[in-house]
Design a protein around this ligand. Structure first.
Ligand SMILES: NC(=O)c1ccc[n+]([C@@H]2O[C@H](COP(=O)([O-])OP(=O)(O)OC[C@H]3O[C@@H](n4cnc5c(N)ncnc54)[C@H](O)[C@@H]3O)[C@@H](O)[C@H]2O)c1
Length: 385
């Protein structure tokens, strides 16, 4: 079996290393900090121990899995790897430098992959001698548990590299989807309105956070409401992703961040991890009750859903991914109760267009512009499926 290289032994790198070793590969994981390597080793052992306790793997399997992982601070050990997945800090210059160093070590058939969540894959390949082997492979956190992996070819990537990379990661038991090299790929782009529109509704005073969360959870079937989810992810992280997407889309108002969330970040009210965010998690704090006004709840849900569906439809319209991959990514990547395009058919495309148009007429903001694809489909009475 191929040897897999992982650069960066942080949260993602060590998780991906575990996935590859679980699939039977020899894995070389490299980090320039020995302390990070030690931490990754301990973390992996703890995660395997938990797997044994839960009866998911045997003691012997855990032992042999761990023995397949080699921890090193020398990139030269990547020499025989068929693919190297980079998971270092999210900085284009550092990633470019790392790829150039790796290219000098490996064979020209070695796939050079990046786990970036927001940077351009094409830009990562720009300085390589063989940019045709650059590939985005975007795992979600925690990598051993999350099934979805977005595969992103750069402009220079050869089709057989995409095929090889996809086949390999499929063989690890993951579900792969192909996404165009555009900001946020599929999931981080299509999910933006879940947060953005909820914040807008809150900012306008239409409803409080508990009521918006209740509407999306109890009336729509999402596992967490948008505010609970932002607090869970961390407002610092969620805000940073929104800001990156907004600037990468040349400041398209559709992705505009919210002052409300910015102020929470300014105040270090990051959410669960700091004890306060949109909600108060400190001991003795009482969780606010939602209004449970069904009409209001339906109004909130239809507005947020229309914006999510619009984003998914536009991603399809602009060929970011196929219909099936967009729906698969949202259900498997972020556990949406239904694929957004299938949901659109259920609600009726015409109804969604009406909702978006009414918001546009009310606000006269570009943020509410309806995707040309939805408008055309409504006119021609078509469905996504
Ligand atoms: N954390 C997430 O939820 C998540 C999800 C998907 C993708 N990503 C992406 O994965 C990548 C890694 O994220 P993370 O959360 O694991 O980061 P992290 O900070 O936990 O780990 C990064 C590791 O890379 C090491 N490192 C930095 N520069 C290096 C270099 N030049 N050579 C070798 N090692 C180097 C650091 O010592 C650190 O151990 C980023 O590109 C991030 O955007 C993160």
């Amino acid at each position: 079996m191929d040897t897999i290289g992982i650069l960066g032994a942080g949260a993602m790198g060590s998780g991906i290393a575990q996935v590859a070793a679980a699939a039977g590969h020899q894995v070389v994981i490299c980090d320039n900090l020995t302390i990070a390597l030690a931490k990754a080793g301990k973390g992996m052992q703890a995660s395997l121990k938990l797997g044994v306790e839960k009866g998911k793997i045997t003691d012997a399997e855990a032992y042999s899995l761990f023995s397949r992982v080699r921890f090193t601070d020398h990139m030269s050990e990547f020499r025989d790897c068929a693919i190297i997945i980079e998971a270092i800090v999210e900085d284009i210059e550092q990633k470019q430098i790392a790829f150039k160093s790796m290219e000098a070590i490996v064979d020209e058939n070695t796939i050079l992959a990046s786990n970036t969540s927001s940077l351009s894959i094409s830009a990562m390949g720009a300085q390589l001698k063989h940019p045709e082997r650059i590939l985005g492979v975007h795992f979600f956190n925690p990598a051993p548990l999350m099934r979805l992996v977005e595969i992103i070819p750069g402009l220079q990537t050869r089709p057989d590299v995409v095929e090889r990379g996809k086949k390999l990661i499929d063989s690890w038991g993951k579900t792969t989807v192909i996404a165009k090299d555009t900001p946020g790929f599929i999931v981080n782009r299509v999910a933006r309105p879940y947060y953005g529109e909820a914040l807008r509704i809150f900012d306008e005073g239409i409803a409080d956070v508990a009521t918006i969360d209740w509407a999306m959870r109890d009336l729509c079937g999402f596992r967490m409401g948008p505010f609970e989810l932002m607090d869970f992810i961390g407002n610092d992280i969620n805000y940073a992703v929104t800001e990156v997407i907004f600037s990468n889309f040349f400041y398209d108002p559709r992705y505009k961040p919210s002052f409300t969330q910015k102020r929470l970040v300014d105040a270090h009210l990051f959410g669960k991890k700091t004890g306060r965010g949109f909600y108060d998690y400190r001991e003795g704090a009482v969780k606010p009750e939602p209004t449970r006004n069904e009409n209001l709840g339906r109004e909130i849900a239809s507005r947020i859903l229309a914006m999510l569906i619009n984003e998914a439809a536009d991603a399809l319209y602009l060929r970011v991914a196929s219909r099936d991959d967009i729906d698969l990514a949202m259900t498997q990547g972020v556990n949406y109760p239904k694929g957004l395009l299938a949901w659109a058919d259920e609600i009726g495309i015409e109804k969604i267009v009406e909702k978006l148009d009414s918001l546009y007429v009310e606000y006269l903001e570009d943020r509410y512009r309806c995707s040309p694809l939805l408008r055309k489909m409504a006119r021609e009475n078509q469905g996504f499926y």
